[in-house]
Ligand binder design. Structure first.
Ligand code: NAP
Ligand code: GCO
Length: 264
């Protein structure tokens, strides 16, 4: 029988206080997993704790920056001691800086790479020994349309998310023999705080041009919502996907399949 149950599993969702991370954590909890999340600011941890409480989900929140290897190691050791081995890691924490490349300070570029690419490396590195010992593990990296496509102003983000796609394939290659599956979800354009500036109404009340652009580029003709990622996350976290490894599952309403509307 197909098994989507996560009963008894421990899931760590980095940056899982709101938006995509919260929706994924909610789905994993509904499938039976115990939830742990972390953020780099206490106010966001508190916001997450309240969100889980409102959803009726028991979750433990850590103040932990994914770029700080010592802090991540300490968090994983504490999770292992107090809750259990991390069975499922969702590398969700991320930032974006929309700055034209020729104006972008190298420190800004490095910051995005550090959080969006080095962070997942640090977190995966910290959970893999426990997964090997347990004989099983699931790592889900949150990639992006920008793992495949470029656009103005997002050179650092696209570089990081393209790198994260290859980190996904490499973890699969290196640890598949230990029954660890590392896959990614590539969300399309999802309505969250990160994309709010791209959907802001114009002074005359009309839609932001980028908002209309995305709708015209998406066969589903809408922005995604965090809930669109719930089913794919449960699939990749469960035994139902035990022979799926190194895969990037794009959840994009069809953007990557579509050449675009022909001009009238
Ligand atoms: P978001 O605003 O990107 O949320 C990011 C979360 O990550 C927050 O909880 C934030 O809390 C945490 N975070 C940021 N830096 C961190 C760090 N150094 N250490 C630990 N936590 C950190 O929300 P989102 O839009 O839901 O995006 C979630 C993920 O999906 C990101 O990786 C994003 O790139 C990706 N994604 C988003 C879209 C979209 O359309 N929204 C599409 C594709 C992919 P603190 O600030 O307190 O640390
Ligand atoms: C942007 C957006 C994107 C999305 C997402 C697409 O400025 O183009 O923020 O990068 O957030 O990652 O999948």
């Amino acid at each position: 029988m197909v098994n989507f149950s996560l009963d008894g599993k421990v899931a760590l969702v980095t940056g899982g206080a709101y938006g995509i991370g919260l929706a994924i954590a909610q789905a994993l909890a509904e499938a039976g997993a115990k939830i742990v999340f972390n953020c780099s600011r206490q106010e966001t941890v508190d916001r997450g704790l309240k969100a889980y409480k409102d959803l009726g989900i028991e979750a433990k929140g850590y103040l932990c920056d994914v770029t700080d290897e010592a802090a991540v190691k300490a968090m994983i050791a504490d999770i292992e001691a107090t809750i259990g081995t991390v069975d499922i890691l969702v590398n969700n924490a991320g930032i974006i800086k929309r700055i034209p490349m020729e104006e972008m300070a190298v420190d800004d570029f490095r910051k995005v790479i550090d959080i969006d690419l080095v962070g997942p490396f640090i977190c995966a590195k910290a959970v893999i020994p426990g997964m090997i010992k347990k004989g099983h593990g699931k790592i889900i990296n949150i990639c992006s349309m920008m793992s495949e496509l470029g656009r103005e102003t997002v050179s650092a983000y696209a570089s990081a998310k393209g790198g994260l796609k290859m980190l996904t394939r490499n973890i699969c290659s290196e640890y598949g023999e230990h029954n660890i599956q590392c896959n990614a979800i590539g969300p399309g354009y999802i309505a969250t705080e990160q994309t709010a500036p791209l959907r802001e109404l114009q002074p005359d009340g009309s839609r932001h041009p980028f908002d209309s652009f995305i709708i015209s580029k998406t066969p589903a003709a809408r922005w995604g919502v965090p809930e669109d990622l719930m089913g794919p996350a449960v699939f990749l976290a469960s035994d139902a996907s035990n022979f799926v490894n190194g895969h990037i599952l794009y959840v994009d309403g069809g953007i990557l399949a579509y050449i675009g509307k022909q001009p009238k």
